[in-house]
Design a protein around this ligand. Structure first.
Ligand SMILES: NC(=O)c1ccc[n+]([C@@H]2O[C@H](COP(=O)([O-])OP(=O)(O)OC[C@H]3O[C@@H](n4cnc5c(N)ncnc54)[C@H](O)[C@@H]3O)[C@@H](O)[C@H]2O)c1
Length: 321
């Protein structure tokens, strides 16, 4: 397959692009930044906010080599709390999807979109439900500007499917962690942050003692996305919205304990209330992913944390040598 992945210098984009390349697919990345982890992903440097040139021109080089099969749109400002502080970046998330949609419409390409469990807001707080099913999204309420940007993104895609027959898959990810996620100066995500702090014998702050989240090891996430791309490109699958997560809940406290164990360090922890706009309880119902993609996540949190810690330690050693 010939794939274009936007946001290819980010966590999921890097993992997805490398896996697709390893499986023999042709991949072009598109990102406003170079990839800080590896030089193996051919990357077109472009900021999707700059819309004076259509993507067909930006992508002249890959297009000169032949037709693409699919676009995977992962580029976004992906940090919930950051967008509470800077809501204009949520608007950018919506605006930067537009040229991608127009490119897909023009080139008649299917689109895969990286959405989020944030579209559900804090559903399990308000409705007694153990696991969240896709149809439980209620777009009349939203918890944060980031969540609004994903709801708006999904809505635009559904409208393109309806009006222009655009084939799509929307994946709702949940706390993806693992390799290529340790650029803390750019993006402070909870697992790499805790690894960094616990490693340096610093105290960690848990926002929400009873917060339960569905942590997804990146290899599971990437396996699900690739199965979806294959089905979409072959024409066997289209127009589905799919939860892609591990399908089990873990507290942040438990997660921090796993990290401390993996590092062989004591855990010093401070508990604070959850921050505004945050989801405090989410476990995905992944039956649809299983049914449509044969998705069966392999890596529970304790094992995923061991692998992530090992990667971070090895990465640090490689940088020092
Ligand atoms: N990682 C998760 O846990 C998670 C959970 C739910 C949803 N998502 C969604 O999945 C997608 C990928 O997430 P990620 O964790 O890899 O994020 P990330 O921040 O690591 O990567 C996003 C990439 O998009 C690029 N980008 C942002 N704005 C751009 C623009 N205007 N033009 C070009 N490139 C731009 C960034 O430079 C970055 O490399 C995002 O849309 C995110 O919202 C991620």
């Amino acid at each position: 397959m010939r794939l274009l992945i936007t946001g290819s210098s980010g966590q999921i984009g890097t993992n997805l692009a490398l896996r697709a390349l390893a499986e023999g697919h042709q991949v072009w990345g598109l990102d406003s930044r170079p990839n800080g982890w590896c030089a193996d992903i051919p990357t077109i440097r472009h900021d999707l906010r700059e819309q004076h040139r259509p993507l067909r021109e930006v992508l002249a080089e890959p297009l000169a080599q032949g037709r693409l099969d699919c676009v995977v749109h992962l580029a976004a400002h992906a940090k919930v709390h950051e967008l509470v502080l800077q809501p204009e970046r949520a608007l950018e998330n919506i605006a930067t999807l537009f040229p991608v949609l127009e490119f897909c419409r023009e080139q008649q390409l299917p689109l895969v979109f990286g959405s989020s469990r944030e579209v559900y807001a804090d559903i399990q707080r308000t409705i007694a439900t153990n696991q969240t099913r896709e149809e439980q999204a209620d777009f009349a309420f939203t918890a944060s500007p980031y969540s609004a940007s994903k709801i708006a993104g999904e809505a635009l895609i559904y409208s393109y499917a309806h009006c222009y027959d655009l084939p799509y898959l929307v994946f709702r990810f949940s706390n993806v962690y693992g390799r290529y996620d340790n650029d803390l100066e750019r993006m402070e995500r909870v697992i790499p942050l805790f690894i960094d702090l616990i490693r340096r014998d610093q105290e960690v702050t848990v926002f929400g003692e009873d917060k339960i989240l569905d942590f997804t090891y990146v290899d599971d996430c990437v396996s699900g996305v690739l199965s979806g791309i294959e089905g979409l490109v072959r024409g066997q699958l289209r127009d589905h919205t799919i939860n892609l997560a591990y399908g089990a809940g873990n507290s942040l406290v438990q997660m921090a304990q796993y990290i401390a164990e993996a590092l062989g360090k004591p855990l010093r922890m401070r508990i604070q209330p959850s921050q505004r706009g945050e989801v405090t309880h989410y476990v995905a119902d992944i039956a649809r992913a299983h049914e449509l993609l044969g998705y069966a996540p392999q890596v529970p949190l304790a094992e995923g944390i061991r692998r992530t810690v090992a990667w971070v330690v090895e990465w640090g050693e490689r940088q020092r040598n």
